[in-house]
Design a protein. Structure first.
Length: 466
């Protein structure tokens, strides 16, 4: 009985203690305050996280450092091997028109190789931009690098007067390869630079200009020297392969794209972006510019030889043009950082259009060299300012790849039709003023469209530094 009584006494004691000191129940007002406080805290945290995801690169871009500049070096090498090699197509075009494909095909037919190549370089961006935004950087770069080296090497085993073989390998194959690598290379720089992005892009894109200067010298020396066409192409393929391996080692993405942003599909990208008036004006402008910009680059060497220039000097005209383009891709970008991209690109494109018209007056070697230097500088400025111009039209960094991809789908059509039209206007009698007028008007119309885009953008943002 004693143990039972003891347990009962303990229970009674605990009960009396609870009754004597009851725990206060929370009041309705206190409960509401706590709930509201928790909700505000949660909402603030979610907003902060969402802001961090949206700004990601904007707030945390290191703007320099060893890793960032290693990436710039990697993109520079990629541009040297990819776009730089396509910029040397004028050497191939001259060799095809005067020798390799001259018996059965006209210059207009042969020019489809370069135009389709340019079209695919640009229009493939809708796929590569979307894939890059989804995190497939290395997949794109490795695939593009392999395809570029493979197709370049295979050109060496094509047969003379077989246009379709060269067209598939150089027009389609190399075009797709460079298109897969271009936007990922430009996009990865946005992860490391924001305020200094135009400068970083300008330095990286200068690789394509220097490639466009050195590749023609090497190709001309190899094609018309001891190596010959076939071994010269193989040597260039080996050089490109080794350099691209180094570039892949140097490049490394810094941040992952937020999962919520990967849900934006291609159709939705078209629907959203094409409602943006400044963006649409910019797209129309790029179509016009690319329709006329590449005529001097592709036909300058042929024009020089047909106008009586010494072939030993004419072989260097494309190299001089692309060498000047190297400077043009860096210096204007330094001004764009302070003055605004549109404020720099509009004068550069306008001057480039004037330079196209000026080729009507070129009749000697000094005039050709001066033209190559000036046109190379201002056309190079346009090429390097195009990616930051797309960036200035983007609300968030994760849109840049998609916006460039959508833009290049339309821009590719300008590159597709521009050079063949110029070649058809040239005819087999080499009537030079026709393609010159066509190309000059196209580039001038591009400058007008960029001016309209700047006008609408300044009204939206309320600033003249654009």
């Amino acid at each position: 009985m004693a143990p039972s009584t003891s347990r009962w006494s303990l229970s009674s004691s605990k009960a009396s203690t609870l009754v004597a000191n009851p725990r206060p129940l929370p009041s309705p007002d206190a409960t509401m305050k706590t709930t509201l406080s928790e909700k505000v805290e949660i909402a603030t945290t979610e907003a902060k996280v969402e802001g961090d995801l949206e700004s990601g690169e904007e707030d945390l871009a290191p703007e320099g450092g060893l890793r960032a500049w290693m990436v710039v070096a990697g993109v520079w090498i990629t541009q040297f091997c990819s776009f730089g090699y396509t910029n040397a197509y004028g050497v191939y075009n001259d060799y095809y028109v005067r020798d390799y494909l001259s018996k059965n095909y006209t210059s207009a037919q042969i020019s489809w190789i370069g135009s389709v190549q340019l079209f695919l370089v640009l229009s493939t961006g809708i796929l590569s931009g979307r894939a890059y935004d989804s995190g497939y950087f290395y997949h794109l770069m490795i695939t593009g690098s392999f395809l570029l080296v493979f197709c370049t090497f295979m050109i060496s085993i094509t047969r003379p007067e077989q246009l379709w073989q060269v067209f598939i390998l150089q027009g389609v194959g190399i075009g797709l390869a460079v298109g897969l690598m271009y936007i990922p290379g430009m996009g990865i720089l946005s992860q490391y630079f924001r305020k200094r992005r135009p400068l970083a892009l300008g330095i990286a894109v200068s690789g394509s200009a220097l490639g466009g200067a050195l590749h023609p010298i090497m190709l001309n020396a190899w094609f018309h020297g001891s190596l010959g066409f076939r071994n010269g192409v193989r040597a260039s393929a080996g050089l490109i392969g080794g350099l691209l391996a180094i570039a892949l080692f140097l490049m490394k993405p810094r941040v992952a794209i937020p999962a919520k942003d990967r849900k934006i599909g291609t159709r939705e990208s078209f629907r959203l972006f094409l409602k943006d008036v400044p963006y649409v004006c910019t797209i129309i402008g790029t179509v016009f510019v690319f329709a006329g910009l590449y005529y001097p680059i592709y036909f300058l060497q042929l024009n020089s030889i047909k106008n009586g220039l010494n072939p030993s000097l004419a072989f260097y005209t494309i190299a001089i043009l692309n060498g000047a383009s190297t400077v043009g891709r860096i210096i204007p970008n330094m001004f764009a950082t302070r003055c605004g991209v549109f404020n720099v690109i509009i004068p550069c494109v306008t001057i480039a259009s004037v330079m196209v018209f000026s080729t009507l007056a070129i009749a000697n070697a000094p005039g050709t060299i001066v033209f190559a230097i000036l046109y190379g500088f201002f056309s190079g400025a346009y090429a390097s300012l195009l990616p930051p111009m797309m960036g200035s039209l983007s609300s968030h960094d994760y849109e840049i790849g998609a916006r460039m991809g959508v833009c290049f789908v339309f821009t590719g059509f300008g590159g597709l039709i521009g050079t063949p039209i110029a070649g058809a206007l040239l005819t087999s009698q080499f009537i030079w003023y026709r393609p010159i007028l066509f190309s000059g008007i196209c580039v001038a119309m591009g400058a007008v469209c960029f001016t309209a885009a700047r006008f609408f953008l300044s009204r939206r943002k309320g600033t003249q530094i654009l």
